[in-house]
Design a protein around this ligand. Sequence first.
Ligand code: GLU
Length: 291
Amino acid sequence: MRRSRIALVAAAAATALLFAGCAGDAGTPGDDGAEPSVEEAPEFEEGTTMAALAEAGTVTVGTKFDQPLFGLVGPDGVPVGFDVEIAKIIAGELGIAPEDIEWVETVSANREPFIENGQVDFVVATYTINDERKEVVDFAGPYFEAGQSILVLADNEDITSEDDLVGQPVCSVTGSTPAQNLRDLGANVIETDTYSNCLQPLREGEAVAVSTDNVILAGLVDQNPGEFKVVGEPFTEEPYGIGVMLGDDDFRSWINDVLEQSYEDGSYEAAWDATAGTVLEFREPPAVDRY
Ligand code: GLU
C-alpha cells in the first residue's frame, strides 16, 4: 500500500501539491495512540546543549501558531501539526515529554533573533534553509521539501502562474523567503506578520493572491472549505530545517541523527500521517545536509 503510494508520488511532478483526498482536522499522533517515545535518562557528553536540556527536563521550542497542518494552536492553547510532532520527536530523544515542552510562537520575522538571543532552544517552523540565514543561525535537516505556490479566491480565473503576479498586489509575510521571491518577481508585495493575516486582504480584494509555501497554502484551503484554491506549480525550493544557535555543531549534528533515526523507525511517517498527512500525500524526506 505504502509502496504504491510512494510510486504514485514519484510519478507525479515532484513539486506538485498532492492531496490525499481525505480532508479533515489535523490531529496529533496521540489521537491514534502513537505519541513519540520519550527516552528514559538518556546520557550526553557534559557541556553539550543536549546534556543541559536533558538535565533541565524542559525545552523551549519556537513554532508557528497559525498554520494548519504544520503548527496551529488549538482551543486548548497547545499547538498541533507536523512541525510540532518533529519537535516532540527531538524532545523525546532528550528524555523530555510533550507536556514538558514550552511552546513559543515564532513568526517568520523573529525566528533568527529568537534563536540568536536564546529565547528558544530550537525552531521548527516551516523554516527554509538558505545561505543568508546560515550567516546568523545553523540548521539541522532538511526534513521536508516545500515549494512556493499561489493561493487565490476559488472563483479567480485570471491567475494561473507566478507570471500573473507581476505588478499585482500579493500578500505575504515579512521576513519570509516568499516575500523576497515575490519582490524579485516584480509583484507589489503587501506584507503582514502571519499568513492567516493575509486572508482578509485576499477576501476584500486588496490582494489578488497570497503566496507562500504550497503546504502552508494547502492548510489554509483545508481550513476554509470552498473559499480558496491553490493555482500553478510550485516555483521555488523551500527545504525546511530546524534552526539552532549558530556554531552549536554538536546539537545540529545530534538533531540530524535524530531525524535520520525517525526516518528509519517510522516515527517521521507517523508524525506526518497524523498531521499534514490528513490532507497531503506522504513524500520521502530529503537527505539531511551535514554541512
Ligand atoms: N519557508 C518560508 C520561510 O521560511 C516561508 C514560510 C514561513 O514564512 O514560515 O520563509
